[in-house]
Design a binder for this molecule. Structure first.
Ligand code: ZN
Length: 493
């Protein structure tokens, strides 16, 4: 990797980098977040760390980070932050700021145009079927079924994660990823890690046949024990209330650390990635400024403090390194007039193109930032799908509900804004790329309860906090640098 100097060599001198970083700043218009600083006093260590940890808090905005890391934060969390380098305004350099591209980018260090996970789901141009980013019918979930998923694997992830690269050169590395959302866990686990994600059906963290043929003994013991201790009660709470999933995640991670030996070995550095998913749900439903999101955040800070204590107890305070960040920011809760109905736009565009080309159906659907034309139907009436895409762009630019639109073929050919080009890979298919107006959210007609969202290149979506603990370097300004920083501590060659 890029680093010639191993971070633990830097850390062995207890360096004081005295980094003054702007913790907060211009996040959204009107936000007067304070400028703050953070000092790096990395823990001393003469050996490579036993554990490299990546924590991803789904939808944590820079403003929310300043709240949960403030004076009221639990002591262990404050202590870790005081010894960390913090950049409250790191950013994603692409437009499609959704959960799946975010996690894939953090784990691989490359943009969606390279790792191929351009949205949470897309439409397969050949079959016309919707493709969920981590769905794979070849690998069913072990002993369980997930709603709307035939199976789970990372087959759509086209790049190695830092843990993959690490494990390829050091097979003895233990590499686990846990998150309530399957896409978060799977994309953090890459192709060589082991992913566990929450099943609504069984209220358990489960995995798929891609990772294992059967559950490990510790997993069976854990669920047998928790069933005896509180038959159904705790799990049914976790099942029924998405806001308590972080508690379930922490409990499972605790068990995994205690049972697998991750971070406890000498002479090797293991990888643990943890995604906390509840905040995203609260932010969508009530907005990041809501009391409900503040409640989730407060609980999250307690869970993080507990996790830090577990990590210290397992690997020692100087025996682990940690990067904490978010997969995307968030809009504020918007007024009804700033909700843009993507279904309506797609239907109106379909009507326009049908009339223009005399075709039965011109638009197949939309997913993430992409509109998919019915190329077969257009070709059948003698229309050129490429020209239809250009006509769609002209229509959408006149229409005014969006900020802009681009043909996918132009973006893939290197034309158009960089943030959109970085969001798109050929594997996503798609014909027209949509760019929203600032301050609006793009929703489906059925999403009546969504008050805030993300998925744009604007600062409120693209800026996220990054915390580096023990990594011997300042927290970066680009989220693509995190994977390389973590990879470097493993000494991968
Ligand atoms: Zn979200």
């Amino acid at each position: 990797m890029e680093s010639e100097v191993k971070p633990w060599c830097i850390r062995s001198n207890v360096v004081r980098l005295s980094l003054i970083v702007p913790l907060m700043g211009l996040i959204t218009a009107g936000s007067a977040a304070p400028a703050a600083r953070s000092l790096v006093e990395a823990p001393a260590a003469s050996m490579p760390p036993r554990l490299a940890v990546l924590i991803v808090i789904d939808g944590l905005t820079s403003r929310q980070f300043s709240e949960f890391s403030g004076p009221s934060a639990p002591r262990s969390l404050r202590k870790l932050l005081a010894a960390s380098s913090v950049n409250g305004r790191a950013s994603y350099g692409y437009a499609a700021t959704y959960t799946a591209p975010g996690h894939a980018t953090l784990a691989t260090g490359v943009h969606p145009s390279t790792h191929g996970v351009c949205a949470n789901s897309w439409i397969d141009p050949a079959s016309g079927h919707k493709v969920y980013c981590v769905e794979d019918s070849a690998y069913p979930v072990l002993g369980d079924r997930l709603k709307d998923r035939s199976g789970i694997s990372p087959k759509h992830l086209l790049a190695d994660t830092f843990g993959d690269r690490w494990k390829a050169s050091r097979p003895e590395t233990l590499y686990y990823a846990v998150a309530a959302k399957d896409r978060s866990a799977v994309l953090l686990a890459g192709r060589r890690g082991e992913a566990y994600f929450f099943s609504d059906r069984s209220a358990r963290f489960v995995t798929s046949r891609y990772y294992r043929h059967d559950y490990p003994a510790w997993w069976r013991r854990y669920y047998a024990r928790s069933e005896r201790a509180a038959p159904g009660a705790r799990r049914s709470r976790w099942r029924s209330n998405i806001l308590t999933r972080d508690e379930a995640t922490l409990a499972f991670v605790r068990e995994l650390i205690a049972s697998t030996g991750i971070g406890a070995g000498s002479g090797r550095t293991d990888v643990l990635a943890v995604g906390f998913s509840a905040l995203d749900a609260a932010n969508h439903r009530w907005g990041p400024e809501s009391p409900e999101s503040a409640w989730v955040l407060r609980r999250l800070s307690i869970h993080l403090a507990e996790l830090i204590e577990v990590l210290e107890g397992t690997a020692g305070p100087s025996g682990y390194v940690l990067a904490l960040t978010s997969d995307h920011g968030f809009s504020r809760a918007v007024e009804p007039s700033d909700r843009v109905d993507g279904d309506r736009i797609a239907a109106d565009l379909d009507g326009y193109l049908k009339a223009r080309y005399g075709v039965g159906r011109a638009v197949r659907g939309w997913a993430g930032p992409l509109i998919y034309l019915d190329r077969t139907a257009l070709s059948a009436v003698g229309a050129d799908p490429g020209e239809a895409a250009r006509e769609a762009v002209r229509y959408l630019r006149r229409d005014g509900r969006l900020r802009n639109a681009y043909t996918a073929s132009d973006l893939l050919a290197g034309q158009g804004p960089r943030h959109a080009r970085r969001s798109l890979a050929p594997s996503a298919g798609g014909d027209v790329y949509l760019l929203q107006r600032p301050g609006t959210i793009l929703v489906r007609s059925s999403e009546k309860n969504t008050r805030a969202s993300h998925g744009t290149p604007y600062a409120y979506d693209a800026r996220v906090p990054v915390v580096y603990y023990g990594l011997g370097r300042p927290a970066p300004s680009s989220t693509t640098e995190i994977a390389a920083a973590l990879e470097a501590v493993g000494g991968a060659s």
